[in-house]
Ligand binder design. Structure first.
Ligand code: GUN
Length: 293
């Protein structure tokens, strides 16, 4: 069994990005500029956005954090999004989700100019991704592809089972694993809460990607000997052992499953750090105007 060290790969990729940015700046170009809008004080969102701002620093990007309280109106937020769309100094921006209930996330996403949508959530980017056109691919699936590439994991002709059908992870992951490319060329099955014979499907998987958000859902008897297991779960479970008062818990019962795997991602330190790096990669592409001019 080989552990997929997302933390280490993420550091390497950030250094690669920083070197490229240094080259751009040396040739008279500008530092890529990412803006993030954060509404309210949700603990998870605070942590993620702080990590994104920190990663920008490491990569040599400029970053701008825009904060609103929970009572911001939808129109106020949409106006700020429209301003960022027009702001020539901003290469890309994100609106951290979830948003308060009185604000339509979909409306916010669709108001973002798809050319600056480095989260890859806008329907134009999702649509282009699904037919294999250049676009911003959302961070978690792209981070997983990067791990598969860096560990030279074979995907062609493999049976890939994805647990979860979210718009952010499950669905795009399925599209990417079936695309005519490497990583890809896999036979993909998507399982969800209404799937019959989910355990049987999992047992047949050469590559199992767990993105349900249910701690320790995947047990040893659901995994084939020699499978590659990618754990996307990051549920914050209360814990007295940590300073923060919670422990990030994956969808896979690691101790039990790991001995059966050829490769497995840990939680934390697997997929998580790669999602932030994927956002950095998209921001670099935005700065270089590589996808949309
Ligand atoms: N909330 C959880 N993951 C993400 C993400 O990748 N982007 C944004 N904007 N919000 C999130």
């Amino acid at each position: 069994m080989e552990l997929i060290d997302g933390k280490a790969i993420a550091e390497v990729v950030k250094q690669e990005i920083a070197a490229e940015v240094a080259g751009i700046v040396a040739r008279g170009g500008k530092h890529p500029h990412l803006a993030a809008i954060l509404v309210g004080h949700d603990g998870g969102s605070e942590t993620y956005v702080a990590a994104k701002v920190k990663a920008c620093e490491v990569c040599g990007f400029k970053s701008t954090l825009i904060r609103y309280e929970n009572d911001v109106t939808e129109e106020e937020l949409l106006d700020r999004v429209r301003q960022l769309n027009e702001d020539e100094d901003i290469d890309g921006f994100i609106v951290q989700l979830p948003l308060p209930r009185h604000i339509s996330e979909q409306k916010v996403i669709e108001t973002i100019d798809h050319r600056k949508d480095v989260d890859g959530f806008h329907p134009i980017n999702v649509g282009r991704m699904s037919i294999g056109l250049p676009c911003y691919v959302s961070a978690t699936p792209n981070g997983i592809l990067e791990l598969i590439k860096r560990y030279n994991i074979e995907t062609t002709g493999k049976k890939c089972v994805i647990l979860g059908r979210s718009n952010i992870v499950g669905k795009p992951m399925a599209m990417l694993m079936m695309q005519k490319a490497y990583p890809g060329d896999a036979t993909v099955t998507v399982c969800h809460s209404r799937s019959r014979d989910l355990i049987k499907e999992c047992r047949e998987a050469d590559i199992l990607i767990a993105a349900l958000g249910q701690p320790h859902f995947v047990k040893a008897d659901m995994v084939k000997e020699g499978a590659v297991v990618i754990d996307v779960g990051t549920t914050r479970v209360p814990s007295e052992k940590t300073r923060s008062g919670f422990k990030l818990t994956g969808d896979v019962l690691f101790e039990e499953v790991a001995p059966k795997c050829s490769y497995i991602t840990p939680v934390p330190g697997g997929v998580g750090p790669m999602t932030i790096v994927s956002l950095m990669k998209n921001t670099l592409l935005a700065g270089k105007k590589e996808i949309y001019t």
